[in-house]
Design a protein around this ligand. Structure first.
Ligand code: Z5A
Length: 209
């Protein structure tokens, strides 16, 4: 595969969408062909799964293992339909969340069995890992307060107790400490322009551009 897979990770409101847009504009200005996608919801089937996973609904509770399997199903479809073909075509893919989200949210956040999560991640991706994962590191409160400022309000997962989000953040911190060559932390509390220029440097270094 000749393209590159760059994943953006972090707690809610860390600035992934903002930074992916800036990164896309920058890469396109260099003449690079870019695909922007996300999980969950990077395919038609994935959009249906995303609605099931994130819609606000108190009368339709989703069990933790069900949630895990739905994220895995979304990923399997996404890898087959979007990631593999675009990488084969030499594109740069900017992906909002990937396997580390499942480890952070379902593993650290919900406390599901890590080895089960790793097996499911492997089945869903057939071993496809990112060339680079950028972890936008912001305090949970900063991220959630940014989201609360958004008109759309908080979705089901965002309404979970703050302790859950802290466990997720701890998960990202552990992942970054373990996978130092793949995951690069960036201080997401800095202003948007500064974060973008840090990301430019990291992408250039990592992908030898
Ligand atoms: N999830 C899971 O549990 N397991 C999995 O395996 C996967 C996902 C794949 C959907 O993710 C949910 O799915 C997510 C985890 C779960 N939990 N929730 N909810 P999502 O990526 O679609 O949604 P999100 O995480 O909440 O991201 P978001 O809403 O797209 O936020 P963001 O992309 O990180 O931030 P943003 O939209 O760029 O910025 C938010 C606001 O902050 C906005 O007003 C910006 O203008 C502002 N902002 C951005 N950067 C800055 C800086 N640097 N300074 C100040 N203000 C800023």
């Amino acid at each position: 595969m000749s393209g590159k897979l760059i994943v953006f990770e972090g707690v809610e409101g860390c600035g992934k969408t903002t930074q992916m847009q800036l990164c896309c504009q920058w890469l396109e200005s260099l003449g690079i062909s870019v695909v922007v996608t996300r999980e969950p919801g990077g395919t038609e089937l994935g959009l249906d799964l995303r609605r099931l996973l994130l819609e606000k609904s108190e009368d339709k509770p989703v069990a933790a293992v069900t949630e895990l399997l739905l994220y895995a199903a979304d990923r399997a479809q996404h890898v087959e339909q979007e990631l593999k073909p675009n990488l084969a075509a030499g594109k740069y893919i900017l992906c909002d969340r990937y396997i580390d989200s499942t480890i952070a949210y379902q593993g650290y956040g919900r406390g599901l069995n890590m080895s089960l999560i790793e097996q499911l991640n492997y089945i869903a991706t057939a071993g496809l890992t990112s060339d680079l994962t950028i972890w936008l590191d912001v305090d949970v409160e900063v991220g959630l307060s940014r989201k609360r400022g958004d008109a759309a309000g908080l979705d089901r997962i965002e309404q979970e107790a703050i302790a859950f989000h802290r466990r997720v953040q701890q998960g990202y911190s552990q992942l970054a400490a373990t996978h130092t060559s793949r995951i690069v932390p960036v201080d997401g509390s800095l202003n948007k322009e500064t974060v973008h220029s840090l990301i430019q440097k990291i992408v250039r270094q990592h992908l030898q551009m």
